[in-house]
Design a protein around this ligand. Structure first.
Ligand SMILES: [Zn+2]
Length: 312
């Protein structure tokens, strides 16, 4: 497809899932409003209209079954998980929750399809890296990256995929579901002392000490990225969690927003140099105040746009 720059200002389109509200009790500590605030922030900083935002399609049962246990999927759909399983997820069950978690999984798959066509795709949700084969954990019900990779591999759209998971928490679900697959490289860089306490080995794990700052963080990342390049993936899934920021109440690290931007420059410049499509999802963010989390997410989108200014 061709376009004339200047007369037809093409914009990226972003998948979003926050129209399916996450019904939480009043005292729940999960900052559910961050998704809508990020969408509104993007509209403002890039002067977008609602045309630039596409509701994330709901992942189908068939798509989920490429990755998850049929009994678990049925329990989630029907609201029959036991209390312990529900507590481990951290959200109370509701019909809206099922739609929401299907959307955040389907949206990552849809964004990956866009990335395969245009080089870049993004969802304002996703990064549910603590979801395992037959249980959910840490606010994650279904594993969006694993479902997207398994569906695209089954369709023979891709063979090799890499995950770059820079959320401050280890991607234990990604590791458990994908690290044994020689065609998928799972990389996680995370706080050594942070959740989950029992970490599942990824292909590459970098553990960071509490209080790790910009310099420590960026130098470690720069050492790993050449391994991703050598692996020669056909697509990269980027979990760009911003809970690495110093202002995050769960993070335990000490990154600044400037350091976060440099993190994202490292990732996007590599993907662009390699000409490998990249899918960006939000991941974690629990800032105090929450505006620091939104600023972090918007920073990542701004850096992405420097490398992918238009969709084609
Ligand atoms: Zn996290």
């Amino acid at each position: 497809m061709t376009q004339t720059i200047g007369t037809n200002q093409m914009s990226h389109q972003y998948f979003f899932a926050d129209h399916h509200t996450l019904p939480l009790p009043a005292n729940h500590r999960f900052p559910a409003e961050k998704y809508m605030l990020t969408r509104e922030g993007l509209m403002e900083i890039f002067s977008l209209t609602s045309d630039s935002f596409i509701p994330s399609p709901l992942a189908t049962k068939e798509e989920l079954l490429t990755t998850h246990c049929p009994i678990y999927v049925d329990h989630v759909f029907n609201g029959t998980l036991d209390d312990r399983a529900q507590k481990r997820i951290g959200f109370p069950w509701s019909k809206e929750l099922v739609k929401r978690v299907r959307a955040s999984t389907g949206g990552t798959l849809a964004a990956a399809r866009v990335a395969l066509e245009t080089g870049y795709g993004a969802q304002l949700a996703g990064g549910t890296h603590h979801a395992h084969y037959d249980f959910g954990s840490g606010y994650c019900v279904f594993n969006d990256f694993a479902v997207a990779i398994n569906v695209l591999r089954a369709e023979q759209k891709i063979k090799r995929a890499a995950i770059i998971d820079l959320d401050v928490h280890q991607g234990d679900g990604n590791a458990a579901l994908l690290a044994d697959n020689p065609d998928v490289l799972v990389f996680s860089m995370h706080g050594a002392k942070n959740f989950p306490s029992r970490k599942h080995p990824s292909d590459i794990d970098i553990e960071l000490a509490d209080g790790c700052d910009d310099n420590g963080y960026l130098s470690q990342l720069a050492l790993v990225l050449p391994h991703i390049e050598q692996f020669m993936p056909e697509i990269i899934f980027y979990q760009a969690g911003v809970d690495v920021l110093a202002t995050d109440r769960l993070g335990r690290l000490a990154l600044t927003t400037k350091g976060l931007a440099q993190r994202d420059h490292q990732v996007f410049s590599m993907a662009q140099r390699m000409r490998v499509p990249i899918v960006q999802v939000l991941g974690g963010g629990y800032g105090e105040p929450l505006s620091t989390t939104i600023e972090g997410y918007l920073t990542t989108f701004q850096v992405a746009r420097q490398y992918y200014p238009t969709p084609y």
